[in-house]
Design a protein around this ligand. Structure first.
Ligand code: NDP
Ligand code: DXP
Ligand code: MN
Length: 379
């Protein structure tokens, strides 16, 4: 029996995690669930999975949802509520399916409480990778990747030595606007940006995919998860999202992980590791697929990816600021407040005004995150 807590249960990764739980009756105990504001779905989930602890975003939401929950469930709210669910139950693994750097305090608390992390919330590693990985090492807990590319790399590295790796390559679909020129990007709409060609995901990551910030965040995530320098991390445009990523070894061998795009596969692998459980995922028929395509990344077309590499190499608070500026810019774009191309202008401008702190502690990270958000709001 695997005991899990899940933060971000009502989102795309959260609901698919609960699909995996449902598909393996008797294998899981759900000890804790946390969500933001979707209290109707959250109430259903709590009634179905009967966690001991539950949390929603605010006190007001907690008061509204309380009457719909079964007796005996301890209900919390806010950042402390997330921490309670992530760190305060008997779960051995916490699935971080919350979006944004809001997931950082709960992830650190879970690690400090000795929980393994099935990590979907990439913003946590981008914001404070040095602190998260150091804490995980000190506590002897695993950071198990859920992100499809990182799960792929993790699987390709299985049983190999990291020092024998020449290069890892993350594949990128190109997102909703892959084939548009920068000129054409000037008039794109929120609705169009939300149409990812291959994956059905939450709004924020779908926009990140279109700006290529998602790949930028993933490059930084890979740096921290696998301990590789940025010079050994590459990105390749692959429109079909069938090859989820690959590793080239020093003898010239290349090992890739393939599959139909279905996030329940990497979610399940993070929970079943080192075993492989049966799943309902569709078999991949390469004969049906016929052809796979690849293109060199164009860093002029996708400047946010170049910026991510630059921030990663600078280190310190640079990646935290890249992430925070992006979170604010994407939220503003989704509200119709700025244009698509202004997302990258905001990130670039905020970064240009930032004085990087080299080895920030958690307080330094929080300060940089707040500073970048305020700056991004003010532009
Ligand atoms: N979706 C995907 O296929 C993939 C996602 N990821 C990563 O996984 C993470 C989640 O993405 P995704 O599932 O798409 O996002 P969604 O927007 O679909 O879901 C986000 C979840 O976080 C909850 N949430 C947001 N803010 C808060 C808060 N302040 N307190 C508590 N809960 C909060 C939401 O609650 P509510 O809805 O109730 O407000 C929801 O449950 C992201 O970091 C993303 O980059 C990585 C790979 C693939
Ligand atoms: C499914 C997943 O892992 C997403 O993060 C995915 O990577 C988005 O695809 P692209 O960023 O390659 O468009
Ligand atoms: Mn991904």
């Amino acid at each position: 029996m695997k005991k899990i807590a899940l933060i971000g249960s009502t989102g795309s990764i959260g609901t698919q995690t609960l699909d995996v739980v449902r598909q393996h009756p008797g294998q899981f105990e759900v000890e804790g669930l946390a969500a933001g504001g979707n209290i109707e779905l959250f109430a259903e989930q709590v009634n179905r999975f009967r966690p001991k602890k539950a949390s929603v975003a605010t006190k007001e939401l907690a008061e509204r949802v309380r009457p719909q929950l079964p007796q005996g469930v301890e209900l919390y709210y806010g950042e402390q509520g997330l921490i309670e669910v992530a760190a305060g139950t008997e779960a051995d693994t916490v699935v971080t399916a919350i979006v944004g750097s809001a997931g950082l305090p709960a992830t650190i608390a879970a690690i400090e409480a000795g929980k393994h992390i099935a990590l979907a919330n990439k913003e946590t590693l981008v914001t404070a990778g040095h602190l998260v990985t150091k804490a995980a090492k000190r506590k002897g807990v695993a950071l198990l990747p859920v992100d499809s590319e990182h799960s792929a790399i993790f699987q390709c590295l299985n049983g190999e030595r990291i020092e024998e790796v020449r290069q890892i390559t993350l594949t990128a679909s190109g997102g909703s606007f892959r084939d548009l020129t920068r000129e054409q990007l000037q008039n794109v709409t929120v609705e169009d940006a939300l149409k990812h060609p291959n994956w059905s995901m939450g709004a924020k990551v779908t926009i990140d995919s279109a700006t290529m910030v998602n790949k930028g965040l993933e490059v930084i995530e890979a740096h921290w998860l696998f301990g590789l320098p940025y010079e050994q991390i590459g990105v390749l445009l692959h429109p079909e999202s069938i090859i989820h990523s690959f590793v080239e070894y020093r003898d010239g061998s290349v090992i890739a992980q393939l599959g139909t795009p279905d996030m329940r596969v990497p979610i399940q692998y993070a929970l079943s590791y080192p075993r492989r459980w049966p799943s309902e995922a569709k078999s991949l028929s390469l004969a049906e697929v016929g052809k796979l395509h690849f293109r060199e990344m164009d860093y002029t077309r996708f400047p946010c990816l170049r910026l991510a590499f630059e921030c990663g190499k600078i280190g310190g608070t640079a990646t935290c600021v890249y992430n925070a500026a992006n979170e604010v810019a994407v939220a503003r774009f989704l509200k119709g407040n700025i244009s698509f191309l202004q997302i990258e202008t905001i990130i670039e401008t905020v970064l240009s005004k930032h004085d990087v702190q080299e080895k920030p502690d958690l307080e330094g990270i929080r300060f940089a995150d707040r500073w970048a958000r305020n700056m991004a709001e003010s532009l």
